[in-house]
Design a protein around this ligand. Structure first.
Ligand code: FE2
Length: 412
């Protein structure tokens, strides 16, 4: 079978919606049946397996052009895809003939270079390097003027100029404060949707943090809240939280933020045994209200399968009865108290007072937030909040990066 090729003066489609600037040209392509060795104009050498190339072609036997999702099922090919011939065409694309299908497919050099798994240092590296931070009296959170956000067109350069640095702070440091936003009740929903969909919970799409009668959470009183992550009682607790200040005229109620990853790393350094215990023993997290009953068991500090910090799950007022193996119990409580003492160290905390129009966006599986008690009769303190997943920030940030690549390709 031979498929129709796009004209050799044009670069072929890629299996995605992205734009891939040409960083270097393909100079030569040496093939064996199952391997292509590409030599680039800047001297880099990249090897690609024939089967990898076959399934990552951008043509319509491989990818549905309407969705850019794969339609090829490798297991239905008449045999292992091998390469019979290779050439670099006039457009600079790599053109390969595969057997036993007898199909010629073209590959975009920018895309190939960007997906060079032979030379990739860490393909799973975070989009923005994770920067741990300490607090202390001189520490301040990244703050940005977002007054033009809601007037900007969606996807416009003006919107990206506000969102790009904000997303970068959230991805790298775990938080950002946007300032000078509207103070209308409900405007948080419109603001949040500029980034992505909101995750609703039993507290609503948006929740109001203010002292109220018959509270179903300590958050809805004027008492101090210790450093915590929200909803650790869920199997998958929300990756992001947004708190939007509509009113703040009370005395007290100062907000506190801590980098839970910095605290965890400090614990690993100071007391490796306590750190290990908190990554191992499952605690019970429970939010058993009058009409709902959420319970989940998890370690307090979780690492991913590469040993990097994945999340902290800390909320003393939402811990249920520990149900750990008998011999772990005292060790678990000792580690817990060591951690709790560290959480009170002023050197970890950033303190600030919310002003109306402030929106703090933070990684709820990394940052801990707390507040001082406030005098409920001295004025009003009203925050509206919502949750979102980390995926939404990452997706939005990738779109910002893609827009930058599209501009670079367009400028060529
Ligand atoms: Fe909270």
């Amino acid at each position: 079978m031979t498929t129709e090729l796009s004209p050799a003066t044009e670069l072929p489609p890629t299996p995605d919606y992205d734009a891939w600037p040409i960083e270097a040209d393909i100079e030569t392509a040496d093939v064996t049946p199952r391997l292509v060795t590409v030599r680039w104009s800047d001297g880099r050498v990249s090897r690609y397996h024939s089967i990898w190339l076959r399934e990552n072609a951008g043509d319509e036997t491989t990818v549905n052009p309407a969705t850019r999702e794969r339609i090829l099922d490798l297991s239905r090919l008449p045999g292992w895809p091998e390469i019979a011939a290779a050439e670099i065409d006039d457009a600079g694309a790599l053109c390969l003939t595969f057997t036993p299908e007898d199909i010629r497919l073209r590959f975009h050099p920018g895309w190939l270079r960007a997906h060079d798994y032979d030379n990739a240092e860490d393909p799973e590296a975070p989009l923005v390097p994770v920067t741990l931070w300490n607090g202390g009296p001189d520490a301040a959170l990244d703050s940005l003027d977002a007054s033009g956000l809601l007037d900007s067109e969606k996807g416009s350069a003006a919107e990206e100029a506000i969102l790009a640095p904000a997303l970068e702070s959230v991805l790298g440091k775990g938080l950002v404060r946007l300032r000078n936003l509207p103070t209308q009740s409900g405007s948080l929903e419109t603001i949040a949707r500029r980034i992505g969909p909101i995750r609703p919970t039993n507290f609503g799409l948006l929740f109001d943090v203010k002292a109220k009668p018959n509270p179903d959470s300590n958050a809805y009183t004027s008492i101090a809240l210790p450093p915590h992550t929200d909803l650790p009682t869920r199997e998958y607790h929300p990756g992001l939280q947004m708190l939007h200040c509509l009113e703040n005229s009370v005395e007290g109620g100062e907000a506190v933020m801590l980098d839970g990853f910095a605290v965890a790393e400090a614990l690993r350094e100071r007391d490796p045994e306590a750190f290990d215990t908190l990554t191992r023993v499952h605690w019970c997290y429970a939010n058993t209200a009058k009409t709902t009953d959420y319970v989940w068991y998890s370690p307090m500090i979780r690492l991913d399968d590469r040993g990097a910090l994945l999340e902290v799950r800390i909320a003393d007022f939402l811990r249920g009865p520990l149900q750990a193996p008998f011999e772990d119990v005292e060790q678990a409580y000792a580690a817990l108290m060591t951690l709790q003492q560290m959480l009170r160290e002023p050197g970890f905390a950033i303190r600030f007072t919310y002003a109306p129009g402030d929106l703090v966006i933070f990684d709820n599986r990394r940052l801990l937030h707390a507040r001082d008690a406030f005098e409920g009769t001295s004025g009003h303190r009203w925050l509206q909040g919502c949750y979102m997943e980390r995926d939404e920030i990452r997706s939005r940030y990738r779109m910002v990066q893609r827009a930058g690549r599209v501009m670079r390709v367009g400028a060529r």
